[in-house]
Design a binder for this molecule. Sequence first.
Ligand code: C5P
Length: 216
Amino acid sequence: PLPLFGKHVLITAGPTHEPIDPVRYIANRSSGKQGFAIAAAAAQAGARVTLIAGPVHLPTPPGVERIDVESALEMAAAVDGALPADVAVMVAAVADWRVARSADQKLKKQGDDTVPPLELTENPDILAGLAHGLRRPPLVVGFAAETQDVIRYAQAKRIRKGADWIVANDVSGDVMGGDANTVHIVTADDVISLPEMPKGDVARVLVERIADALAE
Ligand code: C5P
């Protein structure tokens, strides 16, 4: 029998784009590859998968329901609309800030030396909101990209955000946009350190762990 049959897995992936005006945005760097690989692995394990994707250039994995969004606010609303779920895996690199008042029309160069001021405002933390919310999925998994003290920061993040697990990415190397990843799965009482492996393999290991946790 498929290990995630009958389960609804909610996944966020990719960056968010925060509009400055209709043609300009600020964004985080993220290819979406790891999140899409997890969606593919969860679908292969028999789950119903909702993949909420920021702007990325990736095909939809077979058997996955994909909802495309641009901004963090759109992503937060799509997550809310996709509940309830048995598991949430929040892989998206959500922009921490958005432009406080984005322009409806393209900003024009003034022809002198003046530049438009950009006032930023904080985006909601989608992971923390979900983990602390009323409709919290029984298993909430976050990601963390760190360049130093990876496990210590991940454990602190796990507690602060209310997640059950944090998958800590060591991004000191060449992970961004690449096909391999080195991760540590940080839980309340365990750290599972995986060797560097393709993102598809990371996804399969994580999905196996998720299936085991749900079966308990
Ligand atoms: O705080 P940091 O951005 O490092 O946290 C990363 C984790 O939090 C990831 O799981 C990411 O998807 C999630 N996150 C979020 N909403 C934000 C910021 C981060 O869901 N606004």
